[in-house]
Each structure stands twice: as C-alpha cells, then as structure tokens.
Design a protein around this ligand. Structure first.
Ligand SMILES: [Zn+2]
Length: 123
C-alpha cells in the first residue's frame, strides 16, 4: 500500500514538472511574440518600425538623429539638436516608453508587437 502511494506520488511529481515546463515554455513563447517594436515618427509621420529583437543602427530624418537597437532596447546615440536631451535619455525597451527629440520633431516609441499589428489593421 505504501509502495503504491509512492508510485502515485512520483507520477504526480512528474505531472507537476511537465505542467511547469509547459507553462515555462508557453511563457517563453508569449514573451517572444510580445517583444516590442520601435516606432519612429518624424513630425508625426511614421518613418519606420523596427523590431527590438534585431540589433541595428537607424538613421532618422535624413541623418539628424541616429537610433541604436541593441539587446532588446533602443537608444538615441547621435543627434544634431542643440539640447541633446534625446541622446542623454535612457535606453527604452518597455511598452509605451519613448524617446523624444523636440527640436528635430523625432519621436521613438516602443510598442508591443500585437498593438502595432492592430494599428496596421485599423490604419
Ligand atoms: Zn534631440
């Protein structure tokens, strides 16, 4: 009887592990599809949308600003604006975070992928 219970316990533990692994996998997958994009607007017009998963440097507004995407976050690394506030801003990576360069009218906003797809449909 005790042995039987033990076997049941082991099956239960295996089941819990399988469920936990499944939940972790699901979480990883959801996290992946939920990773954001950097939406670049110049004077209110979308100039480009770039996934944060791909490292790159982007020349904005004919070269007035340069955005770098690296390790899942976006940072303004160069700008010809006099205040340099955008360059001094922290890197952004979370949904709805933004970098704004007022003098050059450049706005970089992080959006979740689902939202940007939704925008594409409604626009
Ligand atoms: Zn600036």
């Amino acid at each position: 009887m005790r042995k039987h219970l033990k076997a049941k316990d082991i099956i239960l533990i295996i089941l819990i592990l399988v469920v936990a692994a499944g939940a972790w996998l699901l979480h990883e997958v959801l996290k992946d599809t939920g990773s954001g994009v950097a939406v670049i607007r110049v004077d209110g017009v979308i100039e480009g949308t770039y996934p944060l998963t791909e490292d790159r440097e982007i020349s904005i507004n004919g070269g007035s600003n340069t955005l770098r995407i690296r390790n899942g976050s976006a940072k303004m690394i160069d700008a010809d604006c006099p205040d340099q506030l955008c360059v001094n801003q922290r890197a952004v990576s979370a949904d709805n975070e933004s970098i704004i360069c007022l003098p050059n009218r450049v706005i970089v906003e992080i959006q979740s992928r689902q939202e940007s797809e939704y925008d594409a449909v409604t626009n």
